[in-house]
Design a protein around this ligand. Structure first.
Ligand code: PMP
Length: 382
């Protein structure tokens, strides 16, 4: 049976070109970049090259790239590190309504340390409400964290407009952007977004799991992980050289193949939307105007999304019932509540996510499978 994987928002298959770039660093080239002998020097050079590649992609200096173990760590470092370093200016932290737990949880830690953490509102389209944001900003706000693309709905938030308002109304605030689902789909140059820091993760870009980066301008960042002082003291621990090489290759390819990604994901989304009239009661969740094509969240009434997901599996089609990081928890995703979904409706959210490797024919097959599964399930319950 053919396997059609449509859960790219959870993780993506490794691009063979990325694997190729990494292989020497999983084999004969194994130095510690901090060692002074030729093995170490070679590793340090590979790390420098990877850093330069990322600096180019995000239009920053090489000193502004911090390798981390992924976006969870990058988000933790950005949220905790920047808020703690700015304590003298104020104690308010604002976070987006649909942030990933790797932003929400460090913000909750900050609340326990005495910061006042507030959640930003969404407008009726499920997009960050800029007017409400403007009302909340003030000189005592030290950090705003807002994702660029939602991992649950594909919503594209207006970061540039956010940045503009923030600079005039909250002069001490740092702006952190979780760009995990955006890199390779929208322009993520830091100046373009107007942010101070940005988190990314290789495994969402056909790179390896367990490596990511925090791009951070400015020096006001309290480290979270301390030790040997690597990454200019901002993230101690021997660097993952093979991972960094893989991340750089993945970002380079994501940028070079952005048009391919956009075309492939648009075609795939269209294949699903064309069949929507055959899915009784189904609707696209959240974004009406601003979204990326790669992530499609559907409310499918009739059967719980988990049941639909397993029926699709039997036909070789792999999707997700909500976001992977939420699916092991019983609690409803706060993001679903934020966009106004009742808990019983939230159980019916199916997330289908595409990538540059998705073929139109595969999306058509998967859409057909979904039509059939929902028909079958409706027949059983009738
Ligand atoms: N932010 C978003 C928006 C994500 O989708 C994810 C991955 N689910 C993360 C952060 C965490 O990334 P990582 O898996 O690299 O820790």
């Amino acid at each position: 049976m053919a396997v059609i994987y449509l859960d790219h928002a959870a993780t993506t298959p490794l691009d063979p070109r990325v694997r190729e770039a990494m292989l020497p660093w999983l084999g004969e080239r194994f130095g510690n970049p901090s060692s002074r002998h030729p093995f170490g020097v070679a590793a340090a050079e590979a790390l420098d090259q990877a850093r330069a590649e990322l600096a180019r992609a995000f239009a920053v200096r090489t000193s502004e790239v911090v390798f981390t173990s992924g976006a969870t760590e990058a988000n933790n470092l950005a949220v905790l590190g920047q808020a703690r370093a700015a304590r003298r200016f104020g104690n308010r932290v604002l976070i987006g309504a649909t942030e990933h737990p790797s932003v929400r949880e460090p913000a909750a830690l900050l609340a326990r340390e005495g910061f006042v953490v507030e959640t930003l509102a969404l407008d009726s389209d499920g997009v960050l409400d800029l007017a409400e944001l403007a009302r909340r900003l003030g000189p005592d706000v030290v950090l705003v964290a807002q994702m660029l693309v939602s991992n649950e709905f594909g919503t594209l938030h207006p970061l540039r407009e956010l940045a503009r308002t923030l600079r005039t109304r909250a002069p001490h605030a740092k702006l952190h952007v979780d760009a995990v689902q955006a890199v390779g789909k929208v322009d993520c140059a830091l100046a373009e977004l107007g942010c101070d820091s940005l988190a990314l993760s290789a495994h969402k870009l056909h790179g390896p799991q367990g490596i990511g980066a925090l791009i951070v301008v400015g020096k006001e960042l309290e480290p979270v992980q301390v030790g040997g002082g690597q990454e200019r003291g901002r993230r101690s621990g021997t660097e993952n050289v093979a991972g960094a090489v893989g991340l750089a290759a993945a970002v380079r390819l994501a940028e070079a193949e952005r048009e391919r990604t956009l075309a492939a994901t648009r075609a795939a989304r269209e294949a699903f939307l064309a069949r929507l009239p055959e899915l009784p009661g189904a609707r696209v969740l959240a974004p009406k105007k601003r979204f990326v094509d790669a992530i499609l969240a559907l409310v499918v009434p009739g059967a719980p999304a988990e049941v639909v997901m397993h029926h699709l599996e039997r036909r070789g089609v792999y999707v997700s019932a909500g976001a992977a990081c939420q699916s092991k928890k019983d609690a409803q995703s706060p993001s679903l509540a934020a966009i106004g979904l009742a808990p019983d409706e939230a159980r019916h959210v199916l997330r289908i996510s595409f990538a540059r490797t998705t073929k139109r024919a595969d999306a058509e097959f998967a859409a057909q499978a979904l039509v059939e599964v929902l028909r079958e399930l409706a027949a059983v319950s009738a």
